[in-house]
Design a protein around this ligand. Structure first.
Ligand code: PRP
Ligand code: ADE
Length: 238
């Protein structure tokens, strides 16, 4: 790890601790992290940075678990098993915290472009793109007006309905590394379309990340298409 990477990791840990501190006392934060309250106070106030090893533990263990718990508390399921995750995808600050945790937890290649599907993937896509200093592209179910060239991918769903996603061709260049993200993966049909778009663009897939996986089907489908890391912040049973 070079100095810049170390500093980045340390600052990610501080961001995680600051966010956890917003709703906790130092004693509570100490109980959650296993770190002394005095150290936490110095980190949160920016007087001292955590060492690299401690920083990694904060981000990967504490940050991941705390965000996953928070996500579970914000998501509801209706009687037919459909997910309402509005309280997550409408909260850009929450998603901004997810980005460093996802980056540190899964070994995604650093992307040039974060690719997602409109509509609900966009806010997570924006958080991930901002974190990686990458461009954001979102495929839509309709053609954007005034755009002339699209990469399109069509699939007949289990229901028999055909689904097509369109991405303006200028969004990805050949050779770009693409991180595919979405708020939710269930069947994996949307992921299959997004990954197909990335492959049509001659891009390299650097990873697939979702906030919520419902069951394993969609994650397995993505893993069958790419060797890159495929990860979820939280997995719910089908
Ligand atoms: O793994 P899958 O079975 O493909 O499901 C996941 C997709 O479904 C939802 O989008 P939806 O198609 O409802 O569009 P929206 O974001 O515009 O609501 C969600 O945002 C994912 O993109
Ligand atoms: N909101 C949702 N919940 C569960 N599965 C889905 N597939 C597409 N949208 C979904």
């Amino acid at each position: 790890m070079n100095r810049a990477e170390k500093a980045t990791l340390q600052l990610r840990a501080v961001a995680v601790l600051r966010s956890l501190k917003e709703t906790r006392t130092y004693d509570e934060l100490s109980a959650l992290t296993g770190l002394p309250a005095g150290d936490l106070n110095r980190y949160v106030n920016g007087h001292v940075l955590p060492g690299a090893e401690r920083a990694r533990e904060v981000v990967v263990d504490v940050g991941h678990e705390a965000l996953a718990d928070e996500l579970v508390s914000r998501v509801t399921f209706d009687d037919e098993g459909y997910v309402d995750n509005s309280d997550v995808v409408f909260d850009q600050s929450f998603l901004n915290l997810v980005a460093p945790v996802a980056a540190e937890t899964f070994e995604f290649a650093t992307p040039d472009v974060v690719l997602t599907a409109a509509t609900d993937g966009i806010s997570l896509g924006a958080a991930m793109a901002s974190f990686f200093d990458a461009r954001l592209g979102y495929a839509k179910k309709s053609k954007e007006t005034a755009v002339e060239e699209f990469i399109e991918s069509r699939q007949r769903l289990a229901s028999g309905i055909e689904l097509t996603y369109y991405l303006p061709a200028s969004a990805i260049e050949a050779g770009d590394t693409v991180l595919v993200v979405d708020d939710l993966i269930r069947s994996g049909e949307t992921q299959e379309l997004l990954l197909d778009i990335a492959l049509q663009a001659d891009a390299d897939v650097g990873g697939v990340f979702t906030l919520i996986a419902v069951g394993d089907e969609g994650m397995d489908r993505a893993r069958a298409i790419t060797d890159a890391p495929v990860g979820a912040l939280t997995t719910f049973d089908q």
